[in-house]
Ligand binder design. Structure first.
Ligand SMILES: CC(C)(COP(=O)(O)OP(=O)(O)OC[C@H]1O[C@@H](n2cnc3c(N)ncnc32)[C@H](O)[C@@H]1O)[C@@H](O)C(=O)NCCC(=O)NCCS
Ligand SMILES: Nc1ncnc2c1ncn2[C@@H]1O[C@H](COP(=O)(O)OP(=O)(O)OP(=O)(O)O)[C@@H](O)[C@H]1O
Length: 308
């Protein structure tokens, strides 16, 4: 093989060095994204800790190994041993830091059809177990008050006819809006598309306040559309679905509680996800066909083993 002279050797070294530097720069640009991805992954897994373990039988330690291997893989050949150790320590701090901060939080979801007893169970959690409840129906009422952004969007989409007195600035007449949306699936979905993001924002704010400012371990979400929303399903564990088998019983209970007619109640039942699908998707199913006492007894028997 032909010997390189010293000038040629210098040139080759310079080329190697510049390639190395370029790779270093790319690596350093990529590294914050990698850390952001790691944080997101850890937050998602920790918010969903038990479900994740149960479904995939994966513990944080496997996640840790996987993430570290990924870390080593993307830095392979480029970094020296010291750099790898530093990255290992950063990864470790992020995983265990997030695990410590978020891993203790448990978001319990309560869902079920109209009048099935969600609020009754939520009230039990609040009064007897002192767990704070996020009531999605209440949030849905608050975010559509005059002056709020969702109010404007609803008026733009459904017109002044859904307002009390049909005048701009007046509150939404919920009965009128309900009559419009529960007779037309398309319109109901349009209303949900408007309200959903504001509802999620409020839910996230409440979770932050309850679990990270007040540092409560548990929070309950009472969400009639928990499965329909797609997002909540992922963060809640366990998901408790309350069912009442007899439609007549549901109608009787809702009629007693609200001014809704049988036809209006049936329209809402029709517009909601079928109980059989909800049952398949949930962790705990509670039948509320008998007395309220029996409902609470089932909560006591079935729910506690799921709490961390
Ligand atoms: C249509 C509206 C104006 C009717 O108001 P109203 O005061 O009559 O009912 P309220 O809000 O108290 O809801 C009572 C029950 O109706 C059922 N329901 C409410 N919205 C929906 C919906 N979009 N689809 C199916 N069922 C619904 C739920 O079982 C709920 O518990 C109101 O429900 C609304 O704004 N809905 C859209 C917001 C939403 O998605 N709410 C659910 C939060 S997860
Ligand atoms: N086991 C029961 N026996 C008799 N009445 C009941 C029982 N459980 C709940 N109720 C009553 O039925 C009505 C509906 O219950 P609740 O408000 O808890 O249901 P919900 O699922 O929150 O309803 P919505 O979907 O409309 O918010 C209430 O008046 C409640 O007191």
């Amino acid at each position: 093989m032909e010997q390189l002279n010293s000038e040629e050797q210098v040139i080759i070294e310079e080329i190697n060095h510049s390639e190395h530097t370029e790779i270093h720069i790319i690596e350093y640009i990529c590294y914050p994204f990698y850390l952001a991805l790691l944080c997101l992954l850890c937050i998602l897994i920790n918010l969903n800790k038990r479900k994740f373990r149960r479904r995939y039988r994966v513990d944080e330690i496997f996640l840790f190994i996987a993430v570290y291997l990924f870390n080593v893989l993307i830095t392979w050949n480029f970094f020296d041993f010291f750099d790898k150790i530093v990255r290992f320590i950063i990864t470790l701090i992020i995983i265990f830091g997030i695990q410590h901060y978020i891993g203790r939080v448990q978001i319990v979801g309560i869902t079920g059809g109209i009048g099935c007893g969600k609020s009754t169970v939520a009230k039990y959690f609040n009064e007897f177990l002192k767990v704070q409840v996020i009531d999605c129906d209440q949030i849905a009422r608050d975010i559509v008050e005059p002056g709020k952004p969702a109010y404007k969007l609803i008026v733009q989409r459904f017109g002044l006819s859904v307002l009390a007195g049909q005048q701009d600035g007046q509150p939404i007449d919920r009965q009128k809006l309900a009559d419009v949306v529960f007779q037309d699936n398309q319109k109901r979905k349009q209303l949900q598309a408007i309200t959903n993001k504001f509802i999620f924002k409020e839910i996230a704010k409440s979770i932050w306040k309850i679990c990270f400012v007040q540092k409560d371990q548990y929070v309950v979400i009472d969400a009639p559309l928990l499965f329909e929303s797609k997002v909540l399903e992922y963060f809640c564990f366990p998901i408790i679905t309350i069912v009442v088998t007899s439609q007549e019983e549901i109608i009787k209970r809702v009629k007693e509680r609200s001014g809704l007619t049988e036809e209006q109640i049936l329209q809402r039942i029709e517009s909601q996800m079928k109980a059989e699908i909800k049952i398949k998707k949930s962790d705990i199913v509670i039948a509320n066909d008998k007395s309220e006492k029996s409902l609470i007894r089932q909560v006591q028997e079935k729910v506690f083993e799921y709490l961390i």
